[in-house]
Design a protein around this ligand. Structure first.
Ligand code: GDP
Length: 224
């Protein structure tokens, strides 16, 4: 009879409750940076969200925060081409990085984004983790590997979050199988968090677990 089971369950319930509480707090846009000079000064702990364009990043941020248009979907011009910072309850800053992989903006603009993101990722003492979003139907692609390579090289912790698991297939393509395969692939990467999360903004799968993971990284609740 394993003696740790009850406390594990308790821990999970506490972690989920911490996630629920954190995301019940108000979430507000702080700043958008289209160039390095306009990055806000580092303040609270930050968690950034990265992923290929169209991976479902805006939808995931909206699902997490329970808002319909916190992060604009990629079809909306403007905000998605800069780094956007959102304060969550004064305990965590959610950082929405521009999607990578392709752009209609031309080579020069792409170079500028890449430079901006690299400057941000390298020089941010408050950045606790980067959530690398990966479409569950595609698995890791070359652009994802490049991003993970650069995060490994600057020793910024990151965690893979599968998106759109409601659309995942069956058998070898099932979300749990993809998650396990990705976890096995990244095990030797120095800055990769071992746990791969599987989420769907469409049906809510994994959203509570992701909130719990983020709450574990947030600054403590201020008492008094
Ligand atoms: P972004 O470019 O990464 O911000 O991606 P969006 O959030 O704009 O989503 C891209 C497309 O994928 C949109 O058509 C969304 O409706 C769709 N999408 C996003 N999340 C999900 C999901 O969890 N399940 C399904 N089936 N579709 C999704």
């Amino acid at each position: 009879m394993p003696t740790h089971a009850a406390s594990d369950v308790q821990l999970d319930a506490d972690a989920l409750e911490a996630g629920r509480r954190l995301f019940a707090a108000p979430c507000a846009f702080i700043a958008g940076a289209a160039n390095p000079d306009s990055l806000p000064a580092p303040g609270r702990t930050e968690v950034a969200f990265a992923g290929r364009s169209n991976v479902g990043k805006s939808s995931l941020l909206n699902a997490l925060t329970g808002r319909r248009d916190l992060a604009r979907t990629s079809s909306t011009p403007g905000r998605t081409q800069q780094i956007n910072f959102f304060d969550l309850g004064g305990r965590l800053v959610l950082v929405d990085l521009p999607g990578y992989g392709y752009s209609r903006a031309g080579k020069k603009a792409t170079r500028n984004w890449t430079r901006l993101i690299q400057l941000y990722l390298r020089g941010r003492p408050t950045l606790r983790r980067v959530m690398v979003l990966v479409d569950a139907r595609r698995g890791l692609g070359p652009a994802d590997r490049e991003v993970m390579d650069s995060l490994d090289s600057v020793a910024v912790s990151y965690q893979v979050v599968l998106t759109k698991v409601d659309k995942a297939g069956k058998g070898a393509d099932a979300a749990e199988v993809v998650a396990r395969r990705v976890a096995e692939t990244i095990v030797s990467r120095p800055a990769a968090h071992p746990e791969v999360l599987a989420t769907s903004s469409a049906n809510g799968t994994g959203i509570e677990a992701l909130r719990a993971a983020l709450a574990a990284l947030a600054d403590p609740v201020q008492l008094g």
